[in-house]
Design a protein around this ligand. Structure first.
Ligand SMILES: Cc1ncc(COP(=O)(O)O)c(C=O)c1O
Length: 453
C-alpha cells in the first residue's frame, strides 16, 4: 500500500509526464517582459493617480489595518459604505462584499438554489461556480449546455420543463449561470437573448439569471459597469458578480442582488460567514478604483504609455484597450493570410477568424464588440509561449484541463497600457514562430522522403 507521500508524488509525476503540472513562475523571470497575460486590463495597477488617491485616503482613514473578523462579527463602517456606494453605482437593490470572486460564487451557488431546483450553466463557466453548486443541496439537477449556444440552452430548458412539472408550476426554480465575458475564450454571452428565453419559458418568474461579470467589470458598459448595464438588464437578472482583482487593480468582489438573497447569504453562505472580512486597506483601495470609474481620471497610466502626461478617463482607457484589441487582430489576421499559416500551427478561434458579419448567437451590437482576451489556438502552446518570452513578451500557454482537450492555446490579455507597437510586435512574433514551424516541418518531411529513396 503506497504511503500518502508516494500517492501525492505519483499524482504530480503523472502531471509532469503529461506536461500539465502547474508551477509558480520565478517572479524575477517575468520582470521586463511586456505584459500580455495579467487581468490588469485598464493598467490601473501601475497608475500613479490610483496609487496617490489610495495613499491619500489611507492617510485620513480611521482604520486601515485588518478588519478584525467575520463580517457578521465586526460590521465595519467602511464595508457598509462601500456596499451602499456599489448598490447605487450599479443600479442594484443591494450589494454584499465577499473576499474574492471565488468566495462569492461558492457562497451564492452553494446556498441559494434549494433542493429540487435546477442549475443550468454554460460549459465554460468558472471553476468557482462548479465548486459552489457541487456543495449545494441540488443533487440531480445540474446541467451544462454548449458554450454560448442559444439552441442548446433552449433545448435543455424545454427538456427540463417537460420532465419536471414542478418547474412549469413554479414550485421549483431554475438558475442559469453565465459569464458576460469568458476568461479563456474572450467570448461575450448573448445575455439579452438568454434573459428573454428565461422570461418566456418561465412566465411564473421562477427562472433566474446569474451573471459573472469578473472580466467585463471596468471594460464594458457606462463607466465600466459591465455588460448587464450596457444592455439595460439590471432588473431582469437575479444577481451579478463584479470582482475587484482584475481591471480594478484591487481584490475582493461584490454580489449585487435583492434584499432577500443578501439576507439569505448572510445567514447561509459559508464562504462569507466563516472568514475574516476584507481588511480596511483593501476596502479603501477598491473605493479609490470606483472613484476612477465614476468620475476620475487615470493620469500617466504607465511610463511607457504612448501619451504620457495625458489625462485619460477610465472610459478612455477602456476604449483604448478595445482599439488595441482590434489593431492586434487586424495585424494578426493579415499576417496569417499572407503566409498561409496552417491552422494546426496557429489560428484564431471561429468567433474572431474574420470580423464577424452576423452571428446567430449574438445580437449585432455585441458581435462587433472587441474583447481584451484573445485566444491563439496552437497545438504547441508551450514552445510558442517560450519563443515569445525570449522576444521579451509574456503570454501564457493554456492547456487541458483548464481548457478542453484539443483547444490548447496561448492566451493574450491586452491592457490599456500596451502600445500599438507592442501589440503589432506580438502578432508579428507569433507569425514568425509559425513560419519557422512550417519550415521545420517541410525540412523533416523532405529528409524522410530522401531517406526512403
Ligand atoms: C469568471 C471568473 N469568475 C470568478 C473569478 C474569481 O474571482 P477572484 O479572482 O476575485 O477570486 C475569476 C477569476 O479568475 C473568473 O475568471
Amino acid at each position: 500500500m503506497p504511503t500518502l507521500e508516494e500517492k501525492l508524488a505519483s499524482a504530480l509525476n503523472a502531471r509532469e509526464k503529461r506536461q500539465i503540472r502547474r508551477r509558480l513562475s520565478d517572479p524575477k523571470s517575468d520582470e521586463d517582459l511586456v505584459d500580455f497575460h495579467t487581468n490588469d486590463y485598464l493598467s490601473l495597477s501601475t497608475s500613479p493617480d490610483l496609487r496617490a488617491r489610495f495613499l491619500n485616503k489611507l492617510h485620513s482613514a480611521p482604520s486601515v489595518l485588518g478588519s478584525g473578523g467575520s463580517r457578521l462579527l465586526v460590521n465595519g463602517e467602511a464595508h457598509h459604505a462601500l456596499e451602499a456606494r456599489l448598490a447605487k453605482f450599479f443600479n442594484a437593490p443591494t450589494a454584499l462584499l465577499f473576499n474574492s470572486g471565488f468566495d462569492a460564487n461558492v457562497g451564492f451557488f452553494s446556498c441559494i438554489p434549494q433542493p429540487g431546483d435546477a442549475v443550468v450553466y454554460d460549459e465554460y463557466i468558472h471553476a468557482s461556480v462548479h465548486d459552489g453548486f457541487r456543495s449545494s443541496r441540488v443533487k440531480n439537477g445540474i446541467f451544462a449546455f454548449e458554450h454560448n449556444s442559444l439552441n442548446a440552452l433552449g433545448e435543455l430548458l424545454l427538456l427540463l420543463l417537460k420532465e419536471h412539472p414542478s418547474l412549469c408550476s413554479g414550485e421549483q426554480s431554475l438558475f442559469l449561470a453565465v459569464e458576460s465575458l469568458y476568461s479563456m475564450d474572450g467570448t461575450l454571452a448573448p445575455l439579452t437573448q438568454m434573459v428573454e428565453m428565461i422570461e418566456t419559458l418561465f412566465p411564473k418568474g421562477n427562472g433566474y439569471v446569474v451573471v459573472d461579470e469578473a472580466h467585463a467589470t471596468g471594460v464594458y458598459g457606462p463607466q465600466g459597469k459591465g455588460l448587464v448595464a450596457l444592455l439595460g438588464l439590471e432588473r431582469r437578472v437575479l444577481a451579478r458578480l463584479h470582482t475587484f482583482g482584475k481591471a480594478l487593480a484591487g481584490s475582493g468582489a461584490v454580489v449585487l442582488t435583492n434584499t432577500l438573497m443578501r439576507d439569505y447569504m448572510l445567514n447561509y453562505a459559508r464562504s462569507l460567514i466563516y472568514t475574516t472580512s476584507l481588511g480596511y486597506a483593501n476596502v479603501i483601495s477598491v473605493d479609490c478604483s470606483f472613484d476612477l470609474l465614476e468620475d476620475g481620471t487615470a493620469k500617466k497610466v504607465c511610463q511607457f504609455f504612448c501619451c504620457t502626461n495625458s489625462m485619460l478617463t477610465s472610459r478612455q482607457l477602456a476604449t483604448r484597450l478595445l482599439d488595441l484589441s482590434t489593431h492586434f487582430l487586424d495585424t494578426l489576421r493579415t499576417q496569417l493570410a499572407i503566409y498561409s499559416i496552417p491552422t494546426h500551427i496557429l489560428s484564431l478561434p471561429p468567433h474572431i477568424t474574420t470580423p464577424p458579419p452576423d452571428s446567430p448567437t449574438l445580437s449585432p451590437s455585441l458581435s462587433h464588440l472587441p474583447t481584451p482576451i484573445i485566444p491563439i489556438l496552437t497545438s504547441q502552446p508551450r514552445p510558442l509561449s517560450a519563443y515569445l518570452r525570449v522576444k521579451g513578451m509574456n503570454a501564457r500557454p493554456i492547456t487541458w484541463p483548464t481548457v478542453p482537450k484539443g483547444k490548447d492555446r496561448v492566451r493574450v490579455c491586452l491592457h490599456a497600457g500596451n502600445t500599438s507597437e507592442e501589440v503589432e510586435g506580438l502578432a508579428l512574433a507569433m507569425v514568425q514562430w509559425a513560419r519557422e514551424q512550417v519550415r521545420g516541418n517541410e525540412k523533416s518531411e523532405s529528409t524522410t522522403v530522401q531517406s526512403k529513396l
